[in-house]
Design a protein around this ligand. Sequence first.
Ligand SMILES: Cc1cc2nc3c(=O)[nH]c(=O)nc-3n(C[C@H](O)[C@H](O)[C@H](O)COP(=O)(O)OP(=O)(O)OC[C@H]3O[C@@H](n4cnc5c(N)ncnc54)[C@H](O)[C@@H]3O)c2cc1C
Length: 443
Amino acid sequence: MPGPYVVPVHGDEELPKACDVVVIGGGIIGASTALELAERGLRVTLCEKGGIGHEQSSRNWGWVRISMRDPREVPLMAESLRIWDGLDARTGRDTGFKRAGIIFTCANEKELAEHDRWRSNLEGYQIESRMLSVGEFTNLFPGSRLGMAGALHTPADGRAEPQRAAPAIAEAARDKGATILTECAVRGIELSAGAISGVVTERGPIACQAVVLAGGAWSSLFSGRFGIDLPQLKVMNSVLRTKPLEGGPEQTVWAKDFAIRKRQDGGYTVASGYDNIVDIVPASFRYAKDFLPALRSEWKSLLFRFGGRFLDEARIPRHWSLDEASPFEYDRVLDPVPSKKRQDKALADLTAAFPIFAKAEIAQRWAGYIDVTPDAVPVISGVESIPGFHIATGFSGHGFGIGPAAGRLMADIVTGRPPIVDPTAFRLSRFRDGSKIELISGV
Ligand SMILES: Cc1cc2nc3c(=O)[nH]c(=O)nc-3n(C[C@H](O)[C@H](O)[C@H](O)COP(=O)(O)OP(=O)(O)OC[C@H]3O[C@@H](n4cnc5c(N)ncnc54)[C@H](O)[C@@H]3O)c2cc1C
């Protein structure tokens, strides 16, 4: 498979005729939802069109952070950190989770004040997070030459291994009785009296009472086929990993020009802290109005590109019949070509800041498409127009860390249990009911 090596999950052979819940998408969100539902005794089938975790969930930086989150996500992320603490024991597998801390450096006094103000979002959570002076930062990293005004350090933040986590969670769901189907795209849903009665997969139908769509960057296309308007676009980020390197930072570090996370193998995952490429595609025009506020505040970090991707996406049908191959069967793994130029620049800027990286050897390069919503907050919600249909998507570059709790919240909504946090901010209807759509803060 292209992209980073992912711990392989072998799909089950037999397609169940019926189950309680079908989860569409085997990224960290779908896998976490499946595990929660299976642990509650429901019969669950997880359908993944490619391999478990092969899209965003294995390509990400591996940051598990509450720091600098949009305040609307903070309660759910606080739950997620707690879930990560017990995830290895719960799954019986190694996700690489470690509370190694995350440091956001501040280039100037304005950023320093903003980061300091952000800390008020943690009041009442007993999560340590404090500002570091330049002197304190230099004491932590004596070899550093990074110019800055100070930094925000959150020791309670963590890191985990993206190439291990979703597979570990999916395998644990299978241990609890879930069926895991790989190379098995869901073409669509079936309704009876307006409510969910099943799905049609490329291997045949499965009857069920509930469906969770956790399709990452594909969710808007899937929903649109069934009349659900889900504003969602994609942003590309390029990543490289180095071979093991002695003497680099233990903590995860963000600076304007680079972002690094130490890997379990002793190497580092390196990316630009800032540069994201936006391919202009037909959906860019469809959702232009929805994304205008986000574009206004984020345009400095976005590089717009018009090229082959426009034609590729223009060719994807938005309507298809359930008895013929769907677009999900033609593209098993989204595997964009990374920007070598931006990766090399990130590594060069990192080396200027931490000279130890002059010894770093590049082991691998890849890129990933991040699926984003207009307010950069996910949708974790039932769909009012189709009873039994639920959506958990749009994690906007922050879904790996929050994934385990997002799965718990989705399972609460599906089973009608009191939700672990108030899900109002994550409702799908906010985009079309006249609510003010705001991009609040965060990275
Ligand atoms: C480069 C990069 C860096 C990032 N860094 C971080 C980070 O450090 N920390 C963090 O918290 N987040 C980070 N993110 C974001 C994070 O990776 C995502 O938010 C998260 O992985 C989303 O998980 P998901 O399960 O929703 O989507 P995905 O992992 O994309 O999974 C969706 C799955 O659904 C499948 N699918 C879609 N349609 C169908 C269908 N019809 N039938 C069957 N299967 C289907 C797809 O094949 C895919 O495997 C980063 C993302 C990228 C790309």
